[in-house]
Design a protein around this ligand. Structure first.
Ligand code: 5GP
Ligand code: MN
Length: 338
């Protein structure tokens, strides 16, 4: 973390401020954990801080301390607009492109508030006045841990630790992805010392699935297909299939990773239809040198990290699958033959 970032941040927070904190749309554990942890810290420091989310997020995150105070644009648009309008400072956490707050994008652009980005995605956009961007970090929660440590370590407590532990755990696949460093483990050890309950957080996030999730996993794995002669698999889920299982938000989180559990597979993709938004949401995961960040940017209007990225397609499922197959033909030289 650059010294300049911390000194500028310290200066911005010298007097009590009205602060808005934004996770990306469809917040995950890292986005919600980092925004809530920062909110708790800033509130303890006598600022007025609120987390505003563009839309709802999965129920397995709804136990996080402070979650019930998050205002969602889809539920209380007027309040969300008012908070953004009055804000002195807007923090944007866990995303690199302003469009990822979707309906809030224009409101943020128009705002005169000081904009501060904390994020670990590659190739961040240049919209923030202050930026702490580090793609080598496991998670935004790990970055917020360092920010709080640098600003005022004595403000750490169990509430903040529970939030930060959750995001580090979910973004590292429970400390197994290559982004997990000894520093990550040191931060996590400190969070456990502060009262983060590792076993109970794992249970609340991973062992609280609704029936619909496992039914959908069955369909997804049944639909799994391999690209002949290449170390690539893909899965699809149509709106009809989602509805047949009474789909709930968050049900499909992590499904794409199953593709990588196959021996020899280094690139896995899932395509999930969203009829009401008229698009197919795509998730990409890779192992090793192949960059799904580049792939998502080049072919599916997306981005993310080297080994985990997302994108979208406005075409039908059939056309999207055909486009995916065509795209992998173009990049196949970057992969070892299977
Ligand atoms: P997921 O596949 O879990 O939705 O996303 C994987 C990673 O890529 C996450 O870090 C997420 O923030 C990022 N990501 C997902 N979708 C998009 C997208 O459409 N655009 C960009 N720039 N990043 C995305
Ligand atoms: Mn993240």
């Amino acid at each position: 973390m650059k010294k300049h970032f911390i000194s500028a941040l310290r200066k911005a927070l010298e007097t009590p401020k009205k602060i808005v904190i934004l996770p990306h749309r469809n917040a995950d554990g890292d986005a919600l954990g980092s925004t809530l942890a920062l909110k708790h810290f800033l509130t303890q420091k006598k600022h007025q801080a609120v987390v505003l989310s563009a839309n709802d997020y999965p129920s397995f995150l709804k136990w996080l301390p402070g979650e019930t105070d998050v205002l969602k644009y889809t539920q209380t648009p007027k309040q969300v607009r008012e908070h953004l309008h009055k804000a002195d400072i807007i923090f944007t956490l866990d995303f690199n492109a302003l469009s990822r707050v979707e309906d809030l994008t224009e409101l943020v652009k128009k705002s005169d508030a000081l904009k501060i980005m904390i994020d670990h995605h590659e190739e961040p956009e240049d919209y923030a006045d202050l930026q702490y961007s580090d793609p080598s970090m496991s998670s935004t929660c790990e970055m917020v841990y360092h920010v709080i440590k640098a600003l005022d370590e004595k403000e750490f407590n169990q509430t903040i630790a529970q939030c930060l532990y959750t995001g580090i755990m979910t973004d590292t696949g429970s400390f197994r992805y290559p982004s997990t460093t000894s520093e990550t483990h040191q931060a996590v050890a400190h969070l456990i010392q502060l009262g983060a309950d590792s076993a109970s957080i794992h249970q609340q996030v991973y062992d609280s699935a609704p029936f619909s999730r496992l039914k959908l996993l069955g369909i997804t794995l049944f639909n799994l297909k391999k690209i002949p002669n290449l170390p690539i698999v893909f899965m699809t889920l149509t709106q009809k299939e989602l509805e047949s299982c009474e789909y709930q938000k968050g049900d499909t989180e992590g499904f794409v990773n199953y593709g990588l559990s196959l021996e020899g597979i280094v690139f896995s993709c899932i395509m999930i239809e969203n009829e009401s938004e008229g698009k197919i949401k795509m998730s990409f995961r890779s192992q090793g040198a192949f960059s799904v960040n580049d792939f998502a940017r080049t072919y599916f209007d997306g981005g993310g990290h080297h080994n985990a990225a997302g994108g979208m397609s406005m075409d039908s499922m059939k056309t999207t699958v055909d486009r995916f197959k065509k795209a992998v033909e173009e990049i196949k030289d970057q992969l070892d033959a299977f």
